[in-house]
Design a binder for this molecule. Structure first.
Ligand code: ADP
Ligand code: ADP
Length: 226
């Protein structure tokens, strides 16, 4: 079963703006997949629909074989999402943010606390466990979002422009971290507008422009064409 299967997905904003014009793509379990495209191409809309943050106008989405229209709660358990914008409770401490996220996914409190510790440590934030999220630097907030997305140990991690605005050193360490969890079996999909990022990390790629998939291939074959 594919980790993600999108068929003929469309999105119309307002009366007639077609942000997605019937796109289809499949991401295999274990893949490291890039959705590459310029600003405004439809990347965030696609991800938003997969996570049910955005309604779709047509088509279907299956996550590990589960139709999101039929059973979103079941599909949601498979997905961890790292959005582009910081959406934390600014006054909550980082540890509590992760514990609450675990609760949101139905983890017993003891397990949620264990996972909060595990992922704060994994992302280098353990010494910030009692810090309110508003006090963190931009790079730390981004790492906190990744930690939060992993607390329920999803099979599929989706990141929307994870390294936009991140300095080079931080980008490298985030790349290393993502490669490690991919090697441990987590399927990863990221959106990016940097080909170099897709090239450095991903196995397969779909290129989206003006709401259409214009290329869907392996990175290796794409680079041969250039
Ligand atoms: P990307 O993530 O590739 O930058 P988006 O999916 O955010 O692209 O946006 C695709 C297109 O849809 C853009 O032209 C954007 O302006 C438009 N769009 C996104 N969100 C909305 C919205 N809520 N209402 C109207 N248009 C939107
Ligand atoms: P509901 O879907 O029940 O209305 P909320 O949207 O208020 O819930 O969010 C509940 C929990 O999910 C909060 O702990 C919040 O931190 C977390 N959350 C909300 N949006 C996201 C997101 N995009 N990615 C990860 N966690 C999120």
């Amino acid at each position: 079963i594919p980790a993600l299967k999108i068929e003929n997905l469309s999105k119309v904003y307002g009366n007639d703006f077609e942000a997605l014009k019937g796109i289809s793509l499949e991401v295999e379990q274990g893949d490291f997949f890039a959705l590459l495209g310029p600003n405004g191409a439809g990347k965030s809309t696609t991800i938003g629909i997969v996570c049910s943050l955005v309604s779709k106008s047509g088509g279907s989405v299956h996550v590990h074989g589960v139709d999101i229209d039929e059973d979103f709660p079941a599909a949601k358990k498979f997905i961890g999402i790292v959005p582009q914008e910081f959406n934390f409770n600014q006054f909550e401490k980082t540890f509590d943010i992760l514990v609450n996220q675990g609760g949101y996914y139905g983890l017993p409190n003891a397990l949620a606390r264990e996972r909060a510790e595990k992922y704060l440590k994994a992302l280098g934030l353990w010494d910030k466990r009692d810090t309110q999220s508003r006090m963190l630097s931009g790079g730390m907030k981004r790492r906190l979002m990744i930690a939060r997305a992993l607390v329920h140990e999803p099979k599929l991690l989706i990141l929307d422009e994870p390294t936009a605005g991140v300095d080079i050193e931080m980008r490298r360490s985030m790349w290393d971290f993502l490669q490690t969890i991919n090697a441990q079996g987590t399927t990863i999909i990221l959106t990016t507008h940097y080909l170099e990022e897709a090239e450095a990390l991903c196995r397969n790629i779909a290129i989206i422009n003006h709401g259409n998939i214009v290329e869907n291939t392996s990175i290796r074959d794409l680079l041969k064409q250039l």
